[in-house]
Design a protein around this ligand. Structure first.
Ligand code: ADP
Ligand code: ZN
Length: 739
């Protein structure tokens, strides 16, 4: 049956599908995923066909003006995924379609890069001999070209140490032919790697791989690999991908953006030297992204490695999706559509009949709970490869330390001693503190004034590097006050408290003046290339101590690092978020994983004011299961995820009254929509970050064991509503941050 109606999502910011008639001239050519031009109001708009139908409820339909691409850009399955996303995450399907297609592909303004390509023409021996005598430079170009089938002119000039004019002269004589050829913009910069062979797996690895292979052969449920850092998870991924390739199937590997380093990609390229592996991440140039995406779309690449959005990679024959570090919060997009790429992976696997493998040393409670309930298949790798010991974790009680030293210092005497010992042995140290700047508060000890951001409800951080106060939410900065700004106080004794990475750096310089210390945080990382530079300097031993935030906690191994210090383990523990304990546990275990991956046993020193908190104690024992068991009980008692599912609504407005009023209205409507099944709707309340960038924020949190019903009820409660001007409502399904 021929479809005569196309459902089109238009590029303009609209949240609906529109029906258009397919003109007779285009019958049979318009497919789901086709790009079309359509009349829209008084203008012509571009859009995508997201569905086909034979009839429409609208009596008068306009016709599609033009078919812009013959080959559909979005496959049926990805479209189905975007429709599911729209429902599940309560967001317009158009936004989901946008998400699935990178902007360079959508707007189609960038194309392949065409460059001049030179091949050897016809040149006889006599001609060549003549050239050698009269024009040795030209002769040299011919010699270089004889060694290769052909070369881009730019590279030819480089290799033959000459200029384009010389090549042009040869072309005029017919000795060289020049054509335009597309050149792929290669994000790897043409690097080559030494190939590696599959390693012989140990028993646990083999068991985990077997579970993955069974799923590749016959996908039923996702596999969760819970393996301590260094247990050889990546090796399992590599062998699973090889098996998929062997079966003619494509793989997508998701890794957190921060660990998508050249090192990571290198491991995959080295194992599959004959495969066109593509990468997708946010640091690609528009041209590179265009080329990578089309290479996948054309079926030339069978292995895709990427960050969050790579879950939409248009591979042809998807057989395997791997999500490494599945607990990572960076898989969650923090703007609409607020999807979690891990959960989309599970859904896409289901839709396309592909195996899904999730891996982590510290699985999210959600995933482990799914494994416990039999929804996921669980593989445990409790040991490091070759039985390298887990690092020794020592907890320093900062309360005792404060009494002993009459005050708190950045480095406890234990940490100080441990660093000294490493410096003496020429081993390396990583120190971690997840707060940049020098001091977290600037206050007046006489009247209690605290310098706060005028736009946000948080204290300003003192940055010594720039000698200014800075807001970490909105980047507002102001000079440091010389006297207390309170008119009735004016005390000159302004003080600072709380610490950031700058302060750790300065304490280290004082304590170990000879040590080479490098700080690594968002203030230092002003250029993308610095990341690589600093890590390389650290790797070759030009840095003794690396101090940093979150960005040094992940995925890298430095065999000579034998000590990791965690300056303030409680930092995340007291955030008003029910996942605070889980985050702290994950962080400690992940950071500890950086210590002692070589032949020397590692040590971790954790400084804390609450050394007996379960998150810290279980991390100390490397006891994931112990932590999980007590945490899941707590979640169940309080009716929190993963035991239930959650939707958070945030209402923003410059007027606090409006924000509050709208939140209360929604709460009432939602309560009505929810009659008939078990759900809890919290009280409308200011969000923990009650004001950001001059906007007041109110929050409403709803929980239920049945997420799809809850999502649908939220959608019913808010669709079609008109809010007062200047009020925005955002919906977060399965929120990861409640601040
Ligand atoms: P994970 O991804 O769990 O952190 P990796 O896969 O990176 O662990 O493995 C850690 C190290 O052990 C790597 O250097 C890897 O090459 C090596 N390795 C992994 N599996 C084996 C094995 N079966 N035999 C020998 N070495 C292995
Ligand atoms: Zn601010």
């Amino acid at each position: 049956m021929l479809h005569s109606i196309a459902k089109v999502v238009v590029d303009l910011a609209l949240d609906r599908e529109f029906d258009y008639r397919i003109p007779a001239a285009l019958a049979g050519q318009v497919h789901v995923g086709s790009r079309v031009a359509v009349p829209f109001g008084t203008r012509v708009a571009q859009g995508y066909v997201v569905g086909l139908a034979t009839e429409s409820t609208h009596p008068k339909l306009k016709e599609i003006t033009e078919l812009l691409s013959k080959k559909p850009l979005l496959g049926d399955k990805i479209l189905e995924l975007t429709r599911w996303m729209g429902k599940y995450y309560c967001c317009p399907v158009e936004l989901c379609v946008k998400c699935a297609l990178p902007e360079v592909v959508r707007k189609a303004q960038i194309s392949w890069k065409e460059r001049q390509y030179a091949r050897l023409g016809t040149i006889g021996d006599a001609d060549f001999a003549k050239l050698q005598k009269k024009a040795p430079k030209q002769a040299h170009v011919i010699e270089v070209l004889r060694r290769e089938e052909g070369m881009f002119v730019a590279r030819l000039c480089e290799s033959a140490d000459t200029d384009a004019a010389t090549v042009k002269k040869l072309a005029e004589k017919g000795f060289v032919t020049i054509t335009d050829q597309t050149e792929e913009r290669d994000p790897f910069g043409g690097e080559v790697f030494l190939p590696t062979e599959p390693l012989k797996l140990n028993t646990e690895q083999q068991h985990a791989l077997d579970l993955c292979l069974a799923q590749i052969a016959k996908p039923q449920s996702p596999v969760l690999i819970h393996g301590v850092t260094g247990s050889g998870k990546t090796e399992i991924y590599l062998q699973a991908i090889a098996a998929a390739l062997h079966a003619g199937k494509d793989s997508i590997v998701l890794v957190p953006e921060i660990s998508l380093t050249p090192q990571t990609v290198e491991r995959f390229r080295a194992r599959f030297p004959n495969q066109a592996i593509t990468v997708l991440h946010s640091h690609l140039s528009a041209g590179e992204r265009h080329d990578q995406w089309h290479k996948i779309h054309n079926g030339e690449s069978h292995i895709v490695i990427g960050a969050r959005s790579a879950i939409f990679a248009p591979v042809r024959a998807l057989g395997l999706i791997i999500v490494d570090e599945e607990h990572e919060t960076s898989y969650k997009q923090e703007e609409a559509p607020r999807y979690n790429a891990r959960d989309l992976a599970v859904m896409r696997g289901k839709l396309e009949g592909a195996a899904v493998v999730l891996g982590s040393a510290t699985p999210s409670l959600e995933s482990y709970y799914n494994a416990q309930r039999g929804r996921y298949v669980l593989a445990e790798l409790p040991r490091r490869v070759d039985n390298i010991k887990m690092p020794l974790m020592r907890i320093v009680d900062l309360r005792q330390e404060a009494i002993r030293n009459k005050g708190v210092h950045v480095l406890s005497s234990r940490l100080h001693g441990a660093i000294q010992a490493r410096l003496d042995k020429r081993e390396q140290v990583i120190l971690f503190l997840n707060r940049r700047g020098f001091a977290t508060h600037c206050f007046c000890p006489r009247c209690g004034y605290v310098a706060e951001c005028p736009n946000c409800s948080i204290a300003l951080t003192f940055h010594r590097q720039h000698n200014r106060l800075l807001c970490h939410l909105c980047d507002h900065t102001q000079p440091v006050p010389k006297v207390c700004p309170k008119p009735d106080c004016r005390d000159p004794a302004i003080r600072y408290s709380g610490m950031g990475t700058e302060k750790v750096e300065s304490a280290l310089q004082k304590a170990f003046p000879k040590a080479r210390v490098q700080r690594m945080d968002a203030d230092v990382m002003t250029k993308k290339s610095l990341y690589r530079e600093i890590f390389n300097a650290f790797r070759v031993g030009k840095i003794d101590i690396l101090v940093g935030t979150q960005m040094i906690a992940k995925g890298l191994h430095f065999p000579n690092v034998t000590l990791v210090g965690i300056i303030h383990a409680d930092m995340a523990l007291h955030l008003p978020d029910f996942r605070a304990g889980e985050r702290t546990f994950q962080l400690l275990v992940q950071v500890a994983g950086r210590a002692g991956r070589g032949d020397i046993e590692g040590e971790v020193v954790v400084q804390s004011y609450t050394p007996f908190h379960p998150a810290i104690q279980y991390a100390r024992q490397h006891d994931y299961r112990g932590f999980y068991d007590q945490e899941i009980e707590f979640r169940q008692q309080l009716y929190y995820p993963p035991y239930t599912r959650m939707v958070a609504l945030t209402v923003r407005s410059r007027s606090e009254g409006k924000a509050k009023f709208v939140t209360e209205t929604i709460a009432k409507d939602l309560a009505q929509q929810l009659t008939g099944f078990k759900a809890i709707v919290g009280e409308p309340a200011p969000a923990p970050l009650a004001r950001i960038q001059t906007f007041y924020r109110y929050q409403l949190i709803a929980r239920s064991e049945r997420i799809l019903e809850l999502s649908a009820a939220v959608a019913r409660a808010i669709t079609g509503r008109k809010w007062p001007d200047d009020v925005t409502v955002s919906i977060d399904v399965d929120p990861l941050s409640l601040l």
